[in-house]
Design a protein around this ligand. Structure first.
Ligand code: EPS
Length: 389
């Protein structure tokens, strides 16, 4: 029902997205989208390119008088760097960088010049995904769902993050998110962030790159999103696919999944308690019944059986180090077949903070899709009426 496609190259004129299936009547502003685009551009450890770009969206279709019309949305972000590239010859790049899409793409398409591959594989494309995600966030906000993120690890330096799996109220999560927002690394632990900045500086000097880990959370998601009934309807699978689609993200877990794997079942599963008083009610789907149950812990990360259970949804993602490094790696020149060292292309040292914002966009998208599926409706008013039934 909801889908989006993007087009555009890293050094082409622009990035474009078409978003289909957004209900009519949703208030959308370029300003709100631009705020998200700005968040993605920040982050200590980025390269020279971010000094050139100042991402701004243009809404070219699907919005009238500030609200979605039910027609496809057309979003466009200009690449300011295009001005520096349009007159260039785009010299062939025949030495693939290990870890980048270069070699696999060259093998796939029978190329010696990997430029057509890297131009589209570039994480530049995630700018327009963040614009799409901002639209998804606007829809979710109408239903009281908020998506946020924070960075927990860069280059092996771990932030001290309180264990939120015993979480009942949302204040801990909100505080983390607020502290993250104030940090140029989106890291809520300033002491760790300082060590991360030093590490980024050292690694930049050494001509190398860094990866890390970020958390995306959603608070206020109703119970009942996704389904246990089919593999491709499971919400955890859909969130994992959405987040794994971000360039350089190589691992995704829901809640503390890898830690849970080391523990006993009785230490992992979140008990179901009938509270004495002031419970947080869990709304059921069809019947409209409200179940008075409490979950004293959230080690499931908000999803059981592929269905959201009304607890905060917690997604953790691992990003590998950027594959473009000043220090060369061994490769082969695809034109000559001779061994060759990689040639440096301008790049970031660390883009984990930016990836966390892209993670928010992808999680928001997957949740918006599941929400629309559950609630149904062609307009926001219709969706809200169904939701409140
Ligand atoms: C990227 C390489 C760099 C990054 C780029 C992703 O671009 P350039 O090759 O132009 O220096 O800056 O990220 C962005 C442009 C962006 O907007 O995030 C890559 O190879 O993936």
């Amino acid at each position: 029902m909801l889908r989006f496609l993007t087009a555009g190259e890293s050094h082409g004129p622009c990035l474009t997205a078409i978003v289909e299936g957004m209900p009519a009547g949703l208030a959308i502003s370029e300003e709100a989208i631009n705020r998200e685009l700005g968040r993605r551009q920040k982050g200590y450890g980025r390269g020279e390119r971010m000094k050139i770009e100042q991402d701004r969206v243009e809404i070219l279709g699907g919005v009238m008088h500030g609200r979605t019309s039910g027609a496809p949305l057309a979003l466009r972000i200009e690449n300011r760097d295009w001005a520096n590239w349009k007159e260039r010859d785009w010299p062939p790049l025949t030495v693939p960088r290990p870890g980048h899409a270069d070699l696999a793409g060259a093998l796939k398409f029978g190329l010696t010049d990997v430029r057509p591959i890297l131009e589209r594989a570039s994480a530049r494309e995630t700018a327009v995904r963040v614009a799409v995600g901002a639209v998804a966030k606007a829809l979710l906000a109408e239903f009281g769902v908020r998506v946020g993120s924070y960075v927990v690890e860069i280059g092996g330096i771990e932030a001290a993050i309180p264990d939120l799996s015993g979480l009942q109220d949302l204040s801990g999560l909100r505080e983390l998110a607020a502290r993250a927002e104030a940090s140029d690394l989106y890291c809520p632990d300033e002491q760790a962030a300082e060590a991360m900045r030093r590490r980024i500086d050292e690694v930049r000097q050494a001509g190398d790159s860094l990866g890390g880990v970020f958390v995306v959370f959603a608070e206020g998601a109703p119970a009942g999103l996704g389904s246990h009934a089919h593999w491709d309807r499971r919400l955890d699978a859909r969130l994992a696919a959405a987040v794994m689609s971000i360039p350089a993200v190589k691992g995704v877990e829901i809640g503390p999944a890898f830690e849970n794997a080391r523990r006993l079942g009785t230490q992992v599963h979140d008990e179901i308690i009938r509270p004495d008083r002031s419970p947080r009610p869990v709304r059921s789907g069809g019947s409209g019944a409200t179940f008075m149950v409490l979950r004293p812990t959230n080690r499931a990360g908000g999803i059981e059986g592929g269905i959201s259970n009304g607890q905060p949804i917690i997604v953790r993602a691992a990003m590998k180090p950027i594959p473009t490094t000043v220090t060369p790696l061994r490769s082969v020149d695809l034109a000559s077949g001779e061994p060759a060292a990689t040639q440096y292309q301008r790049s970031d040292v660390c883009a984990v903070p930016a990836a966390s914002i892209v993670g928010e966009a992808m999680v928001a998208w997957a949740l918006a899709e599941a929400l629309l599926e559950k609630v149904g409706g062609d307009s926001l008013a219709e969706m809200l009426a169904h939701f409140l039934l």
